[in-house]
Design a protein. Sequence first.
Length: 163
Amino acid sequence: MVPLSEYPGHSYEPECEYVEGVFRDRKAGEIPHGDAMSRISVEARIRGFWSGVAVRTHVTPTRIRVPDVTIVGGGKPAGRFISAPSEIALEILSPHNRAPDIQDKMEDYLAFGVSCVWVVDPETRRAWWYTSSGARERRDGFLRNPAGDLAIPLTTIFKDGCR
């Protein structure tokens, strides 16, 4: 058990999450994972949203998550960490992810007030959209936010051998 006060001032390799006094490895990805993260972040910025890769997000007083990509409408957040709900938290699956771990993260993001959680699988080239009202696979070829003013084509995320 490590006190929360020790977490923010330290750098961890690889970056860890903090959950109820325990550091949890984020299972850093490989090239397909990083490629998808970069493409999504760039596409969000092109469309007028602020996006950050692997930015610490304080979802509760005892939980700090590190989404692969955070997307915020309305400009760059103030401070060093995300402390207010973002529009989108994004997780890119990698071979090392376990379903219960991803589910726990999604529940934390949604309980914190994040509008939408995107989960992308570079291996299968599939994506899912989670909100407080449920989950759907994105079969229309786009990742969208609930407001409908952000749509990123899956073909952009998975082009040029992202697999």
